[in-house]
Design a protein around this ligand. Structure first.
Ligand code: NI
Length: 164
């Protein structure tokens, strides 16, 4: 396994639409293993293949139990409710924005062996599913908000909320 470089905002690869995966082969498995290591190293919640420069429809998401879900050619099949919270991205380091997302999202995707499955995410996992699938369509969370905050500003805002 090896760490992959994470591209940051401004890189052309982050603005493009990724292509479906057609071969569930060893090359895919190596990429997924590298993405897992890269996500863990960066201490993130999710990572999409275009973030490491690969225009393929592949994302990984760490769920509430820190279990890594591998989603290949993922599609959102249902959305329920809504939540608004601070969101960040490994490709937009040090900046956060408030983004509205569904509270619960159901996705269908293939696993690394080409088997179709369904996963349901709530809260931060639902947010991560939406955020990572957006990457496959060249969309960053900064497309939804112009108001970006530093980590210090986020802590201050959340801290003030906590005192109410
Ligand atoms: Ni991201």
């Amino acid at each position: 396994m090896s760490l992959r470089r994470i591209y940051t905002e401004g890189a052309e690869v982050l603005k493009k639409v990724s292509h479906p995966v057609t071969n569930f082969d060893r090359r895919l498995h190596i990429l997924l293993d590298d993405m897992r290591e890269t996500l863990k190293h960066a201490d993130g919640v999710g990572l999409a293949a275009p973030q490491v420069g690969i225009l393929r429809r592949i994302v990984i998401v760490s769920d509430e139990n820190q279990k890594i879900l591998e989603l290949i050619n993922p599609e959102i099949v249902s959305r329920e409710g809504e939540q608004t919270a601070f969101e960040g991205c490994l490709s937009v380091p040090g900046r956060y924005g408030m983004v509205k997302r569904p509270m619960t999202v159901q996705v269908k995707a293939y696993n690394r062996n080409g088997v179709l499955y369904t996963a349901t995410g709530t809260g931060i996992t639902a947010r991560a599913f939406c955020h990572e699938i957006d990457h496959l369509n060249g969309v960053l969370f900064t497309n939804y908000t112009d108001q970006l905050y530093t980590p210090d500003e986020v802590n201050k805002i959340l801290g003030e909320d906590g005192k109410e």
